[in-house]
Design a protein around this ligand. Structure first.
Ligand SMILES: Cc1cc2nc3c(=O)[nH]c(=O)nc-3n(C[C@H](O)[C@H](O)[C@H](O)COP(=O)(O)OP(=O)(O)OC[C@H]3O[C@@H](n4cnc5c(N)ncnc54)[C@H](O)[C@@H]3O)c2cc1C
Length: 252
């Protein structure tokens, strides 16, 4: 996954109740991703960051025209339409993410005394799913509980417990990544079914804020993925599948 990002001036007439504009990929049909989000103001006023991403070498170019063209090819037109109206205030910058990485410290037979790790040092997952900070919060909760039990064997106890916590974002990420034709590795057994189902949940989110919230709770690790099978979500998925008429995605 490769990101190209740039800062823009946030227009004075920008609606304040809009927090961010995100267009998710509709892999494998469309693997481009983009978002516009407010960031801290500089001395001259408020700013947006605009990031466009793609995978397998399909990165947004660092040229005015190429960047806009990448935005135009997103699965939905709204981001492109808005981006065209913004004024850039900086250069393009790049970030490449080539692999999900998990360090199995819990398998160490001789864990050094007092050694612990959090965040990307423990598990770094595809940033597109925005789980890194949530995972860290959960890891620190586990750490806090372990510290309450004293320092004796702290690393061994912590890594054993935190491994279960990380299983959730790790599983979500590797399943989701198998939507992309470029992904290599061991495909989880249920990935095909889960990806097809969560794709439908995402479609149903367009018509139901309750479904969207449930999806975000799972993505941000507030609730377990099983809530995606609660009755209101399943009902919305069936409704969307049976009655949606217009296509949801623009082909690349
Ligand atoms: C493009 C992108 C978008 C993301 N979007 C989201 C999102 O929307 N939501 C979300 O939750 N997460 C997101 N993430 C993931 C999130 O940023 C990371 O999971 C999180 O920052 C990891 O925190 P960390 O402290 O473990 O590592 P880092 O934030 O990488 O911090 C490590 C620090 O250590 C420093 N360092 C490295 N080596 C040394 C050394 N030898 N000596 C001294 N210092 C050193 C580095 O410079 C860095 O400052 C995103 C990540 C990327 C790359």
């Amino acid at each position: 996954m490769g990101y190209t990002s740039r800062m823009y001036r946030r227009p004075a007439n920008c609606q304040r109740d809009r927090k961010a504009l995100i267009v998710y990929p509709k892999a494998p049909l469309n693997t481009k991703f983009g978002y516009i989000s407010p960031v801290e103001p500089d001395a001259s006023g408020e700013r947006f960051i605009v990031s466009l991403a793609g995978c397998g070498g399909d990165y947004a170019p660092s040229t005015e025209e190429g960047f806009l063209e990448h935005a135009k090819q997103l699965a939905r037109p709204e981001l492109y339409e808005y981006l065209r109206t913004l004024t850039p205030i900086g250069d393009f910058s790049h970030f490449r993410f080539i692999e999900n990485r998990r360090r199995r410290y819990e398998a160490m037979t001789n864990c050094p005394e007092g050694f612990m790790a959090v965040g990307d040092a423990l598990c770094a997952v595809n940033p597109i799913y925005a789980q890194g900070i949530s995972a860290i919060a959960l890891e620190l909760r586990v750490m806090e509980k372990c510290l309450a039990g004293g320092l004796d064997g702290i690393g061994r106890r912590y890594f054993k417990k935190v491994a279960k916590t990380i299983d959730v974002p790790w599983f979500i990420t590797i399943c989701e990544d198998f939507r992309y034709p470029h992904t290599k590795g061991k495909r989880p057994f249920f990935a095909g079914f889960l990806n097809a189902y969560t794709g439908k949940v995402l479609e149903a989110s367009g018509a139901s804020s309750a479904v969207w919230k449930t999806f975000l709770y799972v993505l941000h690790l507030v609730k377990y993925p099983a809530v995606l099978f609660s009755p209101h979500v399943v009902f919305a998925v069936i409704k969307t599948t049976l009655f949606r008429k217009e296509p949801l995605v623009t082909k690349q």
